[in-house]
Design a protein around this ligand. Structure first.
Ligand SMILES: *Cc1c(COP(=O)(O)O)cnc(C)c1O
Length: 392
């Protein structure tokens, strides 16, 4: 397959705002039919006009036009030269881990997403790669954590679930000085709120399952970057290891992306109101939301983010109280995952972060994570209020 055919020319919308790119980049009408919406190319294989000359698409694992449109879209939103999509966010992370050789070292956030922790701590380690975890919000710990064999620094900001904000530009500098590359998991912020490549990151990964797709109806992942050598390696891995997303999942994600900016605005507005309400409630011991002016990380968050996103985490005085609230809300529904239009609530220590329960990285039992949706804000606050008031 020729390179130009695999990446057909898309109109360049880089001179337009991200709101316009969400609708147009990769998503211009189909040139053959005028179809306003990118078609779902639900096919495994493509007919060759003649031997030796394919259309540029041959087999959907190596390339599919719907997937190609999505890859172009996400790259454009992040201001990246290229994008690749994978069957899940986890598969995207694994492909990056596979860039390392045995004996090399990954430095990662100690409070990363539970699945990231499991992937690196269990599986990557088993393949001879060293992994250590530090608090990446403390630059001294980052410097101290760098080893001569460190090849990858893995950053998530804000972190899941404690919403800690790490300084992307400062960590990029430390990583690069040590000859390591920086990958940022931008799932929580999305490119609408934060663009890590412009702050010095080498790769950005997404669980597009969350805010990019935005409707809790698909599981899918993406990696974007600027470096062409990394692109070729990851693209070969995408084809050779085979964790590619299906065309319908790509299409759902393209559809979600069109409304990303309006959704993120409302998520942020609602989350700020929820965080402010919780911050004043006597049953709440602590609120973790970088948008709160009293948050220790408010200034840093303001510097590298447009707004603070839709995730609000808070701690009650006891584990029992946290479990009661998770079981008692009606509009906030008890479920893992995040980033959909509906509000979700969960208890990390017994759900998303069970992998680290009982370890030094455990999330305290009083902590609740909420993904604040785009419902009526008065309904959301009334729902949390009745749950908090009824704590026995
Ligand atoms: C959900 C999530 C992932 C994993 O993505 P999947 O699409 O579930 O495989 C990675 N990072 C973060 C921050 C997440 O929230």
């Amino acid at each position: 397959m020729t390179e130009s055919a695999q990446r057909p020319e898309f109109a360049d919308w880089q001179d337009t705002g991200i709101e316009t790119r969400c609708i147009r980049a990769g998503q211009d009408p189909d040139p053959r039919t005028g179809s306003m919406i990118v078609p779902i190319f639900q096919t495994s294989t493509f007919k060759w006009p003649e031997v030796g000359a394919s259309t540029g698409y041959e087999y959907s694992r190596s390339g599919n036009p719907t997937r190609n449109a999505l890859e172009h879209s996400i790259a454009s939103l992040e201001g990246a030269a290229w994008g690749l999509t994978f069957s899940t966010g986890t598969a995207a992370m694994r492909e990056i881990a596979m860039l390392l050789d045995p004996g090399e070292h990954i430095l990662m956030a100690r409070d990363a997403y539970g699945g990231t922790f499991r992937l690196f701590d269990v599986h990557t380690r088993r393949h001879g790669i060293e992994v250590t975890m530090v608090d990446l919000t403390d630059l001294d710990q980052v410097r101290a954590g760098i080893q001569p064999n460190t090849k990858l620094v893995w950053l998530e900001t804000p972190t899941n679930p404690i919403m800690a904000v790490a300084d992307i530009a400062a960590i990029a500098e430390i990583a690069h000085a040590a000859g390591a590359m920086l990958t940022v998991d931008n799932t929580f912020a999305t490119p609408y709120l934060q663009q890590p490549l412009t702050l010095g990151a080498d790769l950005v990964i997404h669980s597009a399952t969350k805010y990019l797709a935005g409707h809790s109806d698909v599981v899918i992942g993406a990696v974007v970057g600027n470096d062409e050598t990394l692109h070729q390696r990851l693209k070969d891995q995408q084809n050779d290891c085979g964790a590619t997303p299906g065309p319908f999942d790509c299409w759902l994600t393209l559809r979600g992306i069109k409304t990303l900016p309006v959704r993120m605005d409302r998520h942020g507005e609602n989350a700020m109101a929820v965080a402010t309400f919780l911050d004043q409630h006597p049953a709440v011991a602590e609120v973790y939301y970088p948008g709160l002016p009293n948050s220790t990380q408010h200034e840093l968050a303001k510097k590298q983010m447009r707004n603070f996103g839709g995730m609000v985490t808070f701690r009650l005085h006891t584990r029992e109280a946290a479990i009661h609230v998770c079981n008692t809300t009606r509009i906030f529904q008890l479920a893992e995952s995040l980033g959909g239009v509906e509000s979700l609530i969960e208890h990390p220590d017994s759900m998303t972060h069970l992998a680290v329960a009982g370890t030094e990285f455990a999330i305290p039992g009083g902590v609740i994570r909420s993904s604040v949706g785009i419902e009526n804000i008065d309904d959301l606050i009334a729902d949390l209020s009745q749950a908090l008031e009824s704590i026995p």
